[in-house]
Ligand binder design. Sequence first.
Ligand SMILES: [Zn+2]
Length: 147
Amino acid sequence: MKCIVDYVEEIKKKHNSNNPFEICKLLDIDVIYINLPKKVKGFYVKFFDSQFIYINCDIEEQEKKYVCAHELGHALFHAEINSIFIKDKTLVNSAKLENEADLFAACLLLNDDMFDYEKTGFTTIDQIALFSGVEKRLVQMKIDRAM
Ligand SMILES: [Zn+2]
């Protein structure tokens, strides 16, 4: 499998965007907002040749963006596995898949500029997380893998 970090950079360049909603549109992946139980933030489904990302309509805008990016990661890297089933099936190495989708989201949502002290003046993960609206956990992930 292609390195996720490099792949995300290709996607950003190709579509001239790091907005997961725009990229879904360009890739013909339907994003649908629906009522879901509180603990389910979203999931990805492939149905024949159509791909769908469902997002819990009650979560905050910033979190919707993360969920969309995470599910887009599943759509691109785990296209044949419907993510709603991942958590229930111990057959699949679910932790690995979830990590890959999170790494994808972290790299998509956080541009390298964000880590450039000269440009941003940010010196801590907290500052970057607060400014970008991306969870600290993901900021750390990007630092560990891409820097
Ligand atoms: Zn997932």
